[in-house]
Design a protein around this ligand. Structure first.
Ligand code: NAD
Ligand code: DAU
Length: 352
């Protein structure tokens, strides 16, 4: 079996669902269920015995050690993190705790477990750390996309904490020989995306008749990847990646934020036109920019393609259409995750 951390979040949840749909291998899913973790995402697994959900913290080394000793997984995949840049600006403490201290504790528990393995189990064990392109900093319009050799220049508390975790993972390989793999991925989008992030926030605000808040001039560029393509890349790296290596994952889909919002508005105009006949784009508004806002991210994913044969299956056009349709079809999930604490966050970040 495999142990996944953060499997009630956006990418971890998609990963667990896809894994169990395509394989008989059981999954232990360790998640603290912070505001970003939603058991509703895993509702279809309620009666699936191959999915064992454990509510717990990756900072709890004893708990992790106990789970490893009891279930003897062949791999650990670490999705657990605080992941939202805006929240890291308001309060960086949790980011240091989970992303840095948590990764350290996880690595130590895994190292203790791996040291006790022998023979083939030791040889084939893998620790896969899921990270981000934000560790590389920001690009100018004419810069080449981030390759794996790009220096680390993180700019936000979030990206700095992820960079720190990547360094720990690297050092645990270099010093202790732990068979680690690291993936650095660009912006994901798709089903079960928590609506504090750009794409789901815009879809839901549009449908609710609210303003669509664009930071600054809206010309910041992100490289979008459909979440199922990211999950496929992780499976491939787990299967065939070389321990100690890092792999960049991206969709070759660079888009300025404003263009992304206009695309969403156009799809909504078609699938669910406003009752008053106006266009959703009329809800767009420009608001104060994010502090330290990175201007451009772009990923050079050629290493993953060349060495492991991975390529994204979705274009941005096909993926965004599926995503908008998913949110229209899954209003119950949306209602459940946007109650309570979510409203407090929206009030903090965007005011009344
Ligand atoms: P998310 O915020 O949606 O989910 C994070 C999950 O981790 C939640 O279920 C949460 O409950 C859990 N968690 C948080 N702290 C924990 C702790 N201390 N112990 C156990 N569980 C804990 O995040 P996401 O967008 O799914 O991102 C998953 C991973 O992928 C993160 O490491 C993130 O840095 C990375 N990543 C995300 C993106 C993206 O576009 N979302 C892109 C590249 C990389
Ligand atoms: O690049 C990978 C990263 O992508 C991941 O590591 C992070 O976990 C993930 O959250 C994401 O970070 P971003 O900061 O790029 O994503 P976010 O959805 O918060 O913002 C995308 C862009 O949209 C960014 O330029 C900020 C802008 N934005 C965002 C929000 C929430 C707005 O203009 N308005 C908004 O209300």
């Amino acid at each position: 079996m495999i142990l996944v951390t953060g499997g009630a979040g956006f990418i971890g949840g998609n990963f667990v669902l896809d894994w169990l749909a395509g394989s008989n291998e059981p999954v232990i899913n360790l998640d603290k269920l912070t505001y970003a973790g939603n058991l509703d995402t895993l509702a279809s697994l309620k009666d699936v015995p191959r999915h064992l959900f454990v509510r717990g913290d990756i900072c709890d080394r004893e708990l992790v050690a106990r789970l490893l000793a009891e279930h003897k997984p062949r791999a650990v995949i670490n999705f657990a993190a605080e992941s939202h840049v805006d929240r890291s600006i308001h309060g960086p403490g949790e980011f240091i705790q989970t992303n840095v201290v948590g990764t350290f504790n996880l690595l130590e528990a895994v190292r203790g477990y791996w040291n006790e393995l022998s023979g083939e189990a030791k040889q084939t064990f893998r620790f896969l750390h899921v990270s981000t392109d934000e560790v590389y900093g920001t690009l100018s319009p004419d810069d080449a996309p981030f390759a794996e050799t790009h220096p680390y220049e993180p700019n936000s508390p979030y990206s700095a904490s992820k960079a720190a975790s990547d360094h720990l993972v690297r050092a645990w390989h270099h010093t202790y020989g732990l068979p680690v793999l690291t993936t650095n991925c660009s912006n994901n989008y798709g089903p079960y995306h928590f609506p504090e992030k750009l794409i789901p926030l815009m879809i839901l605000n549009a449908l609710a008749g609210k303003l669509l808040p664009i930071y600054g001039d809206g010309q910041q560029v992100r490289d979008w990847l459909y979440v199922k393509d990211h999950c496929a890349a992780i499976r491939r790296v787990l299967e065939a990646g070389t321990p100690g290596e890092t792999y960049n994952v991206g969709g070759w889909n660079e888009k300025p934020n404003l263009e992304v919002i206009h695309t969403i508005c156009t799809i909504l105009d078609e699938l669910k036109p406003r009752a008053d006949g106006k266009r959703y784009a009329s809800q767009i508004t420009f608001v104060q920019d994010r502090s330290g806002h990175d201007r451009r991210y772009a990923i050079d994913a050629r290493k993953l393609e060349r060495e492991l044969g991975w390529k994204p299956a979705e274009t941005f056009d096909s993926g965004i259409r599926k995503t908008v349709a998913w949110y229209l079809d899954n209003q119950d999930w949306v209602r459940n995750v946007t109650s309570g604490a979510y409203r407090d966050w929206v009030a903090t970040q965007y005011g009344a």
